[in-house]
Design a protein around this ligand. Structure first.
Ligand code: URA
Length: 360
């Protein structure tokens, strides 16, 4: 057996041990909960971790989360969603269903072959929502307005459910600026189309500028979990330009309309590249502003499906795009495993493997 193989097997055994230990611990907690009943931490005793929320929410009985097809009258939010620790968002329903099925195995859960995941919000006909243990997976559609609506409802969901310090992720695709297709980009600072670090919301005809801030420590933790040599692709941290459009808003020459020439386009791309912008997408400012306002830790991880310095049309084969799509999912899964199985000091002690993923 080669060195690399042996090292991988060692890592897998180590991961497995940590997972079994964490699950045993969880079973002990459940047994204790059954024995001691209401004397233990029952979800109702916990407080919501969100801040700055609408004061009128408390007057709503029930609160109807229309687009997610959920309401606080027919659903016991703390009971159904109280254990949620990660909320993952991505553009399409299909991507999020795939991610939900992928994450089952990644966090050590198992579904009977007779069971399949249900889209909880299917009857809302707008967004998809799946729950896999402590992970909620939601689609957000395209652009700021679409992600804003689902975020309002997801933030209310974690508030009503009293979820404890949930972490939100947006995973998606982007246009790279001077980076190879396939590069994973973690956003340090999203900027809007006018290069401002804000999300503009027009209220009563007046523009309000909400700070679009992401958790810097979380971004660094994520980059530390990447491993370019083993992954076979780069993961970089940089600024993201969040446009309101895929075509003119991102200086493409292939939209139905175009009011500039190729020289103007290249000049713009070079200018933003010099400012430290490494990618363009369409949701990061809204995502960062809403999560920041609610006091929720959040990160944006997108894979570049094109280098915009080299063209506008996405012409990679479907199989390549499928492989790219998996990359943000892998990094998020690594982070979740680290949080769920490795952060406990007991678990770290049992893990004799210095170079297990996530142990650094
Ligand atoms: N998403 C975008 O918004 N732009 C791209 O170029 C690719 C994906």
């Amino acid at each position: 057996m080669g060195d690399k193989c042996e090292k991988n097997m060692h890592k897998n055994v180590c991961d497995l041990k940590a997972m079994v230990k964490a699950q045993n611990k969880r079973i002990d907690e459940l047994i204790r909960f059954i024995k001691e009943g209401s004397q233990t931490d029952i979800p109702q005793e916990l407080k919501s971790c969100t801040c700055n929320l609408n004061p009128y929410l408390e007057c709503l009985n029930p609160d109807i989360l229309h687009h997610l097809n959920l309401d606080t009258k027919t659903i016991d939010f703390p009971k159904v969603f109280g254990d949620v620790r990660f909320v993952c968002l991505g553009g399409s329903d299909a991507r999020m269903e795939k991610f939900a099925n992928f994450i089952i195995g990644e966090i050590g859960l198992k579904l009977s072959i007779a069971v399949h995941l249900r889209n909880i919000s299917a009857d809302g006909h707008r967004y998809a929502l799946f729950k896999v243990g402590p992970v909620l997976c939601a689609s957000h559609g395209i652009g700021g307005p679409s992600i804003s609506i689902v975020l309002h409802e997801l933030i209310k969901l974690v508030h009503h459910a009293k979820c404890q310090d949930p972490v939100f992720f947006r995973m998606g695709t982007c246009g790279g600026i001077g980076v190879e297709p396939g590069t994973l980009v973690i956003t340090s600072q999203p900027l809007d189309g006018q290069l401002r670090p804000v999300y503009e919301v027009v209220v009563h005809t007046q523009p309000q500028l909400r700070p679009a801030l992401l958790d810097q420590a979380l971004a660094k933790e994520l980059i530390a979990l990447s491993n370019p040599c083993e992954d076979g692709y780069d993961t970089v941290l940089g600024k993201t330009l969040c446009a309101n459009d895929f075509y003119e808003g991102q200086s493409r020459l292939d939209g139905a309309f175009c009011g500039y020439n190729p020289q103007k386009k290249m000049c713009f791309l070079q200018q933003i590249s010099q400012m430290g912008i490494v990618n363009m997408e369409m949701e990061s400012t809204a995502f960062a502003a809403l999560t920041n306002q609610a006091g929720i830790r959040a990160a944006v991880i997108c894979v570049a499906i094109i280098n915009r310095m080299e063209g506008d049309q996405i012409n990679s084969p479907a199989s390549v795009l499928k492989d790219f799509d998996q990359r943000a999912q892998n990094l998020i899964a690594r982070y979740m495993r680290k949080v769920l199985f490795k952060c406990d000091e007991d678990d770290i002690e049992t893990c004799q493997c210095d170079d297990a993923p996530g142990c650094h």
